[in-house]
Design a binder for this molecule. Structure first.
Ligand code: EPZ
Length: 417
């Protein structure tokens, strides 16, 4: 795994374009199996998770190509409906291939996606929904097999507004006869972008962004050209980095309304933030101070993916910052590593208390997951001396160029393979 070396102490100044969204493009790559003709994705970020998804598409018989930020998929020659463990295990969101392959071929076999660093990450809501749509689902020996002669519309109420389950239902319901209504659906912006993509491909879906999504059918229309939306968590990462290091940064190609909870937390901590239609300007001059408790919730609440990022920015803030992680049962793996830098953090179940310290000191730390690794980069920017982040390959799963972005802003972040 790669090693990232961060030398702290530099303020960040300059302008950066925010990458395309990992969590928007991954379900759309699965959805490309439903298009009749070529799919062209613009602003597609160069991520390990995107590469893993393209590996799956090629394994299934699709043709894929990448030219810069433009990825093309032709799924006409699909020849398989099974995804082997070695491809499923590379990333969690491969689970959305279940709904897409079932819709396209009526049958799918894949290994259960890894319960990963954030907890068990079950898929019970996904499977319950597919059964409601008429699929026969068999789970044996770590494999999931789904089959459906025909899928029929259903009324599905999700016990939890699961992002992945909402996406899988939207994909599978495209092949269902009749209307499917999902209540307590996830409201994330990435759900809206999946709806836009599927409707451009010939679906008739409405309600994405609200708790009720309705899929009325699908009449394949030619190829689809789609520009991947901006990554609101990558944008949150850069704003938290500026808060931690100090300085003045302008983010371009970002939708501030999609990260309002993060921006208001940073304002409360003492950052100056001005937003435009597609830009965010953040300035941090004086000392930060602890704000109100950060309680993670489904969108539009505070995003769980930004919890570690904001925590890293709070480590030297005056006062005590409180975090409550409600989405995943074990998303504090970064805490022990941040303590190695001198942070004073106590955790009790879902609660983490961050007591501001006067200084942090560079150390050797190990990334356990994608956002935890990014949090270590942020903390290293505000630490004295050198921070070596081991197993930093996790970061490359979700960031197209966090190191080069921070370098362009004056940060010292060296990636050595
Ligand atoms: C998506 O994961 C994102 N990943 C995650 O981002 C994000 O943290 C998460 O949504 C929450 O916003 C992608 O979009 C690729 P969930 P997903 O289903 O779909 C429980 C990142 O860092 N649950 O909304 O897996 C589950 O255990 C990643 O970019 C069930 O119990 O999240 C969790 O506690 C990390 N049964 C909660 O729901 C199910 O069948 C939220 O999971 C499904 C989920």
């Amino acid at each position: 795994m790669s090693l990232w070396t961060v030398h702290g102490g530099n303020r960040l100044c300059g302008t950066v374009k925010v990458q395309g969204s990992k969590n928007a493009v991954l379900p759309i790559l699965a959805a490309s199996l439903l298009t009749k003709g070529e799919t062209v994705l613009e602003n597609c970020p160069a991520l390990l998770d995107v590469d893993a998804s393209l590996d799956i598409l090629r394994h299934l018989g699709c043709r894929t190509a990448r030219e810069g930020d433009t990825v093309t998929i032709d799924s006409a020659a699909l020849s398989d409906n099974r995804i082997p463990h070695e491809l499923m295990g590379k990333m969690r969101s491969s689970v959305t291939y279940m709904g897409a392959i079932l819709a396209r071929t009526g049958e799918v076999r894949l290994s259960r996606p890894g319960g990963c660093e954030l907890g068990s990450r079950p898929i019970d809501l996904h499977l319950k929904a597919l059964r409601a749509l008429g699929a026969e689902v068999d789970e044996t020996g770590g494999e999931v097999y789904c089959r459906a002669e025909t899928l029929h519309g259903a009324y599905i109420n999700l016990d939890f507004p699961s992002v992945g389950a909402t996406e899988n239902i939207m994909l599978a319901a495209c092949a269902a006869e009749g209307t499917t209504t999902v209540t307590n659906a996830a409201r994330e912006p990435e759900i809206c972008s999946l709806q836009d993509f599927l409707n451009a491909a010939g679906a008739k879906i409405h309600g994405a962004g609200t708790s009720t999504v309705v899929v009325e059918g699908f009449t394949p229309r030619g190829g689809v050209r789609h520009r991947v939306m901006s990554d609101r968590i990558a944008a949150a990462t850069l704003t938290c980095a500026c808060a931690a290091a100090g300085g003045e940064v302008e983010l371009r190609d970002v939708r501030p309304e999609q990260m309002e909870t993060v921006l208001s937390a940073l304002r409360e901590m003492g950052c100056g933030i001005v937003t435009g239609a597609d830009c965010v300007h953040i300035r941090r001059q004086g000392a930060l101070k602890a704000g109100r408790p950060i309680i993670t919730k489904p969108y539009p609440g505070f995003p769980t993916d930004a919890q570690a990022l904001l925590m890293a920015a709070c480590l030297k803030a005056e006062g005590t910052s409180v975090f409550v992680e409600n989405i995943f049962e074990s998303r504090y793996r970064h805490v022990d590593e941040l303590r190695r830098l001198g942070a004073d953090i106590r955790t009790e179940g879902r609660v983490a208390m961050v007591y501001g310290v006067p200084a942090l000191y560079g150390a050797h730390v190990t990334a356990g997951d994608l956002r935890g690794g990014a949090a270590m980069v942020i903390a290293g920017l505000s630490a004295e001396g050198e921070t070596a982040i081991h197993d930093a390959g996790h970061i490359l799963r979700g960031y197209a160029g966090l190191n080069t972005d921070l370098q362009s802003l004056g940060g010292s972040v060296i990636l050595t393979e």
